[in-house]
Write a protein that binds this ligand. Structure first.
Ligand SMILES: NC(=O)c1ccc[n+]([C@@H]2O[C@H](COP(=O)([O-])OP(=O)(O)OC[C@H]3O[C@@H](n4cnc5c(N)ncnc54)[C@H](O)[C@@H]3O)[C@@H](O)[C@H]2O)c1
Length: 356
């Protein structure tokens, strides 16, 4: 990449510190880069969990910007820094406006800024709703794999809430080698359920598809349950629905009553992050006054530090870490640059000479 020499560095005789060019990467470019790369991205997400677990990252709490006049909506800032081979800093800035869906446009929209490790300069702005959905789905696929290793591999998956995230998770499960005899679908919106069914049929699945009007029937008929609703507080509280000890990917974080978690094995992506923002694990901590119900992280499971019992449900609650967005975003940036397709904004940073 072409870089701009700073005047100051020219006089020092040491390796010049340069300002990297600033590029904008569109959603179309992101999608083209990530499409069909489910295995590679899932491996990248697992590597990033390991780097984060080893402490080679900075991932402060997400900041939730909320609005008194639009209580359902929010914009979240996820600043982060990741080491390892990725070595980049940055920020995801992601909006959730659930009413968008009734207007036929996606709930979430996002950008990701990548900052240069050495100078701090932002060097890329990427469309990031696809990156965010991709890293979320890759994390879910990884959890499905690792958390089912000690038990019989699920053959009946149930999707509880079927918007964009559910679609990406299905794509990632299939793309990382899963096949199912049965796919269950449940959504409060008949249109969403019909749209997801249509997507499944177009994907060429040979699975039997059942749309369940009843949440109970979906859960009882699934040994892998994926929650991807937009529920703000728990709406599933009957422990008997989980008597068959399913593996639950609790991606939307606030669906399950704390009592369900207290009777389950709980695995998260990061303990401190998950015990915030009124997630179900946070409610369980408030209810019990301790964290004894928390068994560990996915990194703990991958490293063999935690084993997952088969005689109770296992619930994976991923808060969603900014380091994952950085890792996937940097991968996209590198691939787009390698293809020579970066759209660089000339002279984006203009005041580069300290005294003019
Ligand atoms: N943990 C993470 O890392 C992470 C990352 C990205 C998104 N998410 C979460 O995933 C969820 C889904 O995102 P999306 O973009 O697919 O949203 P979306 O709005 O496209 O779809 C959500 C669907 O859930 C349905 N729904 C809402 N409440 C329901 C309920 N109580 N029972 C059944 N169905 C219900 C809606 O009708 C809708 O079809 C959101 O909560 C989002 O915050 C989590």
């Amino acid at each position: 990449m072409t870089a701009v020499d700073s005047t100051a560095s020219k006089s020092t005789g040491v390796a010049p510190i340069t300002v990297p060019p600033f590029a904008v990467i569109s959603g179309a470019q992101v999608r083209r880069t990530l499409h069909g790369s489910e295995k590679r991205i899932t491996e990248l997400v697992e590597t990033t969990y390991r780097v984060h677990g080893a402490g080679d990252s900075v991932n402060p709490p997400s900041y939730f910007l909320r609005f008194p006049d639009r209580p359902c909506s929010r914009i979240i800032a996820l600043p982060a820094s990741i080491g390892g081979d990725t070595r980049v800093d940055g920020l995801k800035w992601i909006s959730s406006f659930p009413k968008n869906v009734t207007a036929g446009i996606p709930r979430a929209s996002a950008v990701l800024i990548l900052n240069d490790h050495d100078t701090g300069y932002p060097f890329a702005c990427l469309e990031s709703s696809i990156i965010s959905a991709t890293r979320t789905a890759a994390s879910a696929a990884s959890a499905a794999d690792w958390l089912s290793r000690g038990r019989s591999r699920p053959t009946r998956v149930g999707f509880f809430g079927v918007g964009l995230i559910a679609r990406y998770i299905h794509t990632f499960l299939v793309g990382t080698g899963w096949s199912f005899d049965e796919i269950g679908v449940h959504d409060l919106s008949a249109d969403s359920a019909a749209g997801f069914r249509c997507y499944l049929e177009q994907s060429g699945t040979s699975s039997r598809i059942t749309v369940h009007d009843s949440a109970e029937q979906l859960i009882r008929n699934s040994d892998l349950v994926v929650f991807a609703t937009v529920a703000g507080q728990p709406h599933v509280s009957d422990l008997s629905w989980f008597a068959h000890n399913p593996l639950v990917l609790h991606v939307s974080l606030r669906d399950l009553a704390p009592e369900i978690l207290l009777a389950s094995t709980n695995i998260v992506d990061d303990v401190e992050h998950c015990l915030k923002a009124d997630t179900s694990p946070h409610l369980a901590e408030q209810l019990t006054g301790n964290r004894d119900f928390m068994h560990g992280t996915l990194d703990d499971v991958m490293a063999g530090r935690v084993t997952v019992p088969t005689d109770r449900p296992v619930v994976f609650s991923p808060f969603g870490l900014g380091v994952l967005d950085l890792a996937v975003g940097k991968y996209v940036y590198t691939e787009v640059a390698r293809r020579g397709e970066l759209h660089v904004i000339d002279n984006f940073f203009h005041e580069l000479s300290r005294y003019g």
